[in-house]
Design a protein around this ligand. Structure first.
Ligand code: G
Ligand code: G
Ligand code: MN
Length: 531
């Protein structure tokens, strides 16, 4: 990624880091507030239903008590029982004896016959309900519920008398089974026709409509349901409450994320200059991973792998190579590697004159004539011949521009062979491979890993091998970790391999020690190799 695009990404990520936590905190505050208001509304509805259910139990118990006594209707004994039921229940205003549309007598002292109109509703259990009845001595309409000859005078407004958070909470008690939703009692606004949703007994439902939070709750055992509505402005009150918790949290996380983004982008933006400094201060060093001849187990060469020692810690190339490539600092790193190889190699060539070192080149190196110059200088160092040096470049490196072709040709003119690295992980075409004039192909570790597995790409290795044969390319398998992989590759005609099965990357002195043992002997039992 280039500098300018790194800055653009950092700015975008920074913006998201500010906006996202704040947006999330506002959204959370709003959701919590709605949930809170909904559960309050639900609790009002449940409170009303609890009262209605309690009244229903008192009525059932009252009927059983009065009728099981088998007193003469309106006798002194029956009136006494009626008073007992009346006094013992909180929601029943009076109890009377009913015949047709007439209350014959009641628990009210000195009451006489009261003629009522016909019932408003007759329920499934044959109970009659008369709503909005103006009775003598009462100052507002009441409800008369009668069953099995016993009448109960109820005040539905008592059921509505639940304490709420504000005056704008509306409550409506209605008969859910009735076609036109007969209302028993209502306080505040009347529900919209669309709010009478059909829900199962004992359940509840909350929704938002027309600026209200609407909750509908239906009783389990009796034919009653309650609609509670709260204006959405009430939600705003709760939002403020939750916002006081969530927004500071959002601000905190926004701050934290912005700090992280600036921190990371500062590191990323400054890393190229840090790498440049590291190249000057000679903080890079090289480890060598032996390249082994599969048939004999002989160490015929090694790949030079750059390492960075930064304040006492070793930084892996996977971390800094991509950034070095983006910023172009890689050419300076390559120069360091070539210089180190030039200094190391002669000592080894004294004893192993055929030993070769493979040097990795990046796309930038393949576009710079300086690379050819550096390699030329390398060949002037004592004992170093073109056969002692090999260069490796990834598919990506080869494909970036036509100008790489000239550099590649110049390198080959020096007598240095060229290998394609990480083969199969890029997107080079076969025609490309043919025209580039390559000498060797490195089979990527990811394919070697699939050997002897039943993964989808497990037979790709065989195809790569046969392709390399037909293109006359020398093969080096990378990342060989097991005996089975080594045997498979050997059988397939792959002449060389690298990998932990043979040796991990090591310092130059260790390489020299290893070469003294494994560099000369033939037909070595490879399984006895150290790591
Ligand atoms: O062995 P290791 O984990 O160190 O290598 C990680 C990656 O870094 C490999 O893909 C390897 O090709 C790359 N690499 C190692 N050394 C160099 C180098 O000197 N130059 C370039 N361009 N890449 C290197
Ligand atoms: O440049 P190249 O991609 O060839 O670098 C090889 C990389 O693979 C280096 O990082 C090296 O340390 C690593 N490597 C080499 N052999 C093995 C191996 O057998 N197993 C694993 N896991 N990594 C290996
Ligand atoms: Mn390599």
């Amino acid at each position: 990624m280039r500098h300018s695009s790194t800055i653009t990404v950092a700015v975008l990520v920074g913006l998201v880091a500010v906006v996202a936590p704040l947006w999330i905190s506002i959204e959370l505050s709003w959701r919590e507030a709605i949930a809170n208001e909904s559960s309050l509304s639900l609790s009002y509805g449940q409170d009303v239903l609890r009262r209605a259910e309690e009244t229903s139990h008192q009525i059932r118990d009252g009927i059983a008590l009065i009728n099981s006594a088998h007193n003469k209707p309106c006798s002194t004994d029956e009136l006494a029982l009626m008073r007992k039921v009346d006094v013992g229940s909180s929601y029943i205003q009076a109890v009377g004896r009913m015949e047709g549309n007439v209350i014959l007598c009641s628990s009210v002292e000195g009451s006489s016959r009261i003629l009522l109109g016909s019932p408003t509703v007759i329920t499934e259990s044959s109970a009659e309900e008369r709503l909005n009845v103006m009775l003598p001595l009462a100052d507002h309409p009441l409800e008369v519920f009668s069953l099995q000859g016993v009448a109960f005078i109820l005040d539905p407004t008592l059921a509505l008398d639940v304490p709420t958070e504000g005056p704008d909470i509306s409550i409506t008690i209605f008969v859910p089974s009735s076609k036109n939703h007969i209302i028993f009692a209502s306080r505040g606004i009347h529900p919209h026709p669309g709010w009478y949703r059909n829900i199962t007994k004992g359940s509840s439902l909350t929704f938002r409509d027309d600026g209200y939070i609407v909750t509908i709750t239906r009783a389990k055992d009796i034919d009653i349901a309650v609609i509670t509505t709260a204006p959405e402005s009430y939600v705003i009150n709760h939002v403020n409450h939750f916002a006081r918790i969530f927004i500071p949290l959002g601000l905190f996380f926004a701050g934290l994320l912005v700090w992280a983004v600036t921190h990371v982008s500062r590191i990323r933006l400054s890393l190229p200059s840090v790498l440049q400094g590291a190249a000057k201060r000679k903080e890079f060093f090289v480890e060598y991973q032996p390249i082994v001849e599969l048939a004999t187990g002989r160490w015929i060469g090694a790949e030079a792998l750059v390492r960075w020692q930064r304040s006492g810690r070793i930084v892996r190339p996977d971390y800094f190579i991509p950034i070095a490539e983006e910023s172009g600092v890689i050419t300076e790193i390559t120069a360091c590697v070539i210089e180190i190889v030039a200094a190391d190699l002669p000592a080894l060539l004294k004893t192993s004159p055929d030993f070769l070192v493979a040097i990795n080149l990046s796309a930038n190196d393949l576009r710079s004539a300086k690379t050819v110059e550096m390699l030329k200088c390398l060949l002037k160092r004592g004992f170093i011949q073109p056969v002692n040096i090999k260069v490796e470049a990834t598919e990506r490196g080869f494909l970036q521009g036509v100008d790489t072709r000239d550099i590649l040709a110049s390198i080959r003119e020096l007598g240095i062979e060229i290998a394609i690295d990480d083969f199969g992980t890029g997107y080079s075409s076969l025609s490309c491979l043919q025209t580039l004039g390559l000498d060797a192909l490195k089979i990527d570790k990811s394919f070697v890993d699939t050997i002897e597995t039943d993964g989808a790409t497990s037979n790709v290795v065989s195809h790569i091998i046969s392709m390399a044969h037909s293109l006359n390319l020398i093969m080096v398998a990378e990342g060989v970790e097991t005996e089975a992989q080594a045997q498979f590759l050997k059988k397939g005609g792959v002449p060389f391999a690298q990998g932990w099965f043979y040796a991990k990357p090591m310092s130059f002195p260790k390489l020299c020690e290893g070469c003294a043992i494994y560099g000369v002997i033939k037909d070595q039992d490879v399984s006895s190799r150290p790591n």
